[in-house]
Design a protein around this ligand. Structure first.
Ligand SMILES: [Zn+2]
Length: 508
């Protein structure tokens, strides 16, 4: 039996045990991208949160079926195609490719299924038919509207009641301002498909209801997405799915990640306040000329794990502040974890553990205790509402203890058995959080390549200054050696003299 997991449920507004439909199995659906542009750092939060969730659940023994869709029929795709003089299919295909490249570059697991709206039209038409038959929708001039007034439970997820949404001037031929389109009558020069109500295309919300049912069945365990999707998208998904399946429950657990916010975080406030801010950031990121906001450019600046760490250092439900320095700050944090592992890797000696701990004292004991406790502390944090921030806090506590220990000469010489405990603990960050998965040299090499490129420096130029300094030292020309070190410092390069010769790193 897999380990029990508790998660906040947006529907009940409490943290509840995840109670699977089938023991040991979880069917998870997450709303995916509308493929009309490249994926930016705002989108990537959901991708990384649910990737980490799925990775962790599998590690804990759950059998997970993970589905994430592509919205490949949408106004924005049609508009972009028209502006570029190409077809919506070509635009969608191009940005699905781009998305896959980005997600692979971030090291994310591919979902088990990635349904597309264009491949789910038959199921969508059938579902709309069932909603009409059940008396929850009406047709007006080829457009099918969901009749919100016919479904008293509408608003349970978001707390938005239909009466509050009533407007005096219902437009487009709908009866109630809260009614939403299940099927849109065809417009000239737009893609359309045949249906019993005339040709047209699906509304946005119905696609996820239909793709959930087509891939995972009428009821699923966890439905995820960004907080901005609670209303109206997920509220509408519930209405459609439950009304087309005789009232059967659609989702057991609703999980929503918070959004990226501009600048130094938000002072909480209501959801509307957060949404307004999030929208601002979303627009800024979507339209920004600063390409660092786009994932493939972010991957040119820092290793994928630094991007991952940026998202996981904050609880998934909290707003996450974004600034131009976010990725470099996360890289510096990540480097501290790699440095701790490197310290441990370099500790020598093979005396019995108790003897070494006795000889070195309190700092050695602390590392052993924190190392042995780490896997369980990570599990406890993750099993209680998926608290990656707390899990990382535990990992950094161990990293700091290793670095303190590594400052002792005796520990470097004899600390090997302590280091073995620390290394075993740090390796637990891979299957749970997706961190520390590179070799030490590979990590430093990737950081150097990406940071040098960002600083406009070449590896050869740095190496030649390092070689010149080494030569000066051999000639005992200390003044010249110091001057060269100073020059490297100015270029943001730090230099360490090791028994194997000088080692240089780009400062973070
Ligand atoms: Zn959706």
């Amino acid at each position: 039996m897999p380990a029990p997991l508790r998660l906040y449920n947006t529907l009940s507004r409490t943290i509840e045990p995840v109670d699977p439909i089938e023991p040991g199995q979880l069917r998870i659906y997450v709303c995916g991208m509308t493929v009309y542009d490249h994926c930016h750092v705002g989108h990537a939060r959901a991708m990384i949160v649910y990737d980490t969730l799925v990775r962790y659940l599998r590690h804990r023994g759950w059998t997970v079926t993970f589905v994430r869709n592509f919205t490949d029929i949408d106004d924005k795709i049609i508009q972009r195609a028209a502006a570029e003089g190409t077809t919506p299919e070509e635009v969608a295909e191009r940005f699905i490719d781009s998305f896959h490249r980005d997600m692979d570059g971030l090291g994310l697991v591919r979902p088990d299924m990635e349904p597309r709206v264009s491949g789910t039209i038959d199921e969508i038409v059938a579902m709309i038919g069932r909603i009409l038959d059940a008396g929850h929708a009406y047709v007006n001039q080829g457009t099918v509207w969901f009749d919100v007034a016919s479904y008293p439970e509408y608003g349970a997820l978001s707390g938005q009641r239909p009466d509050e949404l009533r407007s005096d001037d219902p437009d487009k031929g709908k009866r109630h301002s809260a009614d939403f389109a299940l099927w849109k009558a065809a417009r000239p020069d737009e893609p359309s498909w045949p249906s019993p109500w005339g040709s047209g295309r699906p509304g946005w919300h119905i696609e996820c209801s239909a793709m959930c049912a087509a891939t995972l069945g009428q009821e699923i365990d966890i439905h995820g997405g960004g907080l901005d999707l609670v209303f109206p998208h997920h509220e509408n998904e519930i209405a459609q799915s439950q009304c087309s399946h005789g009232g059967q429950r659609f989702v057991r657990h609703w999980m929503h990640n918070g959004l990226l916010t501009a600048g130094a975080g938000t002072k909480a406030g209501g959801r509307a306040h957060r949404d307004a801010e999030a929208e601002q950031v979303d627009q800024k990121m979507g339209k920004s000329k600063n390409n660092a906001f786009v994932i493939h450019q972010a991957l040119e600046l820092v290793p994928a794990e630094a991007i991952r760490l940026y998202y996981l250092q904050t609880h998934y439900r909290s707003p996450l502040p974004w600034s131009d320095d976010s990725l470099l700050e996360s890289l510096a944090m990540l480097a501290r974890l790699y440095e701790a592992r490197e310290q441990a890797e370099q500790m020598g000696g093979s005396e019995p553990l108790p003897k070494v701990v006795e000889a070195i004292g309190a700092e050695a004991r602390t590392v052993v205790e924190l190392a042995r406790a780490l896997p369980e502390r990570i599990d406890r944090a993750m099993d209680e509402d998926f608290n990656t921030a707390m899990a990382l806090g535990h990992a950094f506590e161990l990293a700091r203890a290793i670095n303190r220990l590594g400052n002792q000469k005796q520990a470097r010489r004899r600390g090997g058995p302590i280091a073995a405990e620390a290394l075993a603990a740090l390796s637990y960050l891979g299957p749970t959080l997706g961190l520390l998965q590179q070799g030490t040299e590979a990590f430093h090499d990737e950081v150097a390549t990406k940071r040098l490129a960002a600083l406009g420096l070449s590896r050869e130029a740095v190496q030649s200054l390092v070689d010149d300094r080494q030569h000066a030292r051999q000639q005992k020309d200390w003044a010249k050696a110091d001057a060269l070190r100073g020059q490297l410092e100015q270029m943001n390069i730090s230099l360490m003299d090791t028994p194997k010769g000088p080692v240089w790193r780009v400062k973070l």
